[in-house]
Design a protein around this ligand. Sequence first.
Ligand code: GDP
Length: 195
Amino acid sequence: MEVHDVEMVMSAVAASQYPTDQLPEIALSGRSNVGKSSLINKLINRKSYARTSSKPGKTQTLNFYRVENELYFVDVPGYGYAKVSKKQREKFGQIIEAYLTSRSNLKGLISLIDGRHEPTDDDIAMYVFAKYYDIPVLVVATKMDKISTGKWNRQEKIIKEALDFNPVDQFVCFSALTGAGKETVWEWIEKQCAI
Ligand code: GDP
């Protein structure tokens, strides 16, 4: 999709604050610093629309971005940041869980995983959770420009094995720097949202 118009419409912590205009929604999750803001900015062709700082607890709310009046990106709170207190983490978990389990407009989850490493326990828990609730998932391995392309297949295999990856889902290697994988991400989004 060629994106010209994006609006950050709201931050929500409860269902009563979610948008009411019934557009399809694609959620994006990942640990803090995984490259989520960079992915969103790349998808919408902006330099710094979504915030790209990595302060702990930066995003404690669900942020809804309306894209071209066609769909919403829903930026869910970054999980697994070591410096965030256990209590704060539990709160993030509740906000994410309440949204993912109750939202009929939700058409899929983009789960970002640092492509240089094995998935963390939190990454695995998020994937298992999404599968339990039958949410279609696109796993995006981020920062792949930091790995030579000859090693991409190996990383894909490592990540898929750790996740016990379900073949109904899709996997893509991505770089916000080079734009690698961007078209695949958009194709998956358009398919999920039927646009
Ligand atoms: P967020 O906390 O998940 O929103 O992560 P950010 O998008 O803020 O990115 C965290 C850090 O990783 C920043 O310093 C980014 O510049 C860097 N980063 C994000 N994506 C990429 C990428 O594809 N390649 C490289 N080399 N760096 C990236």
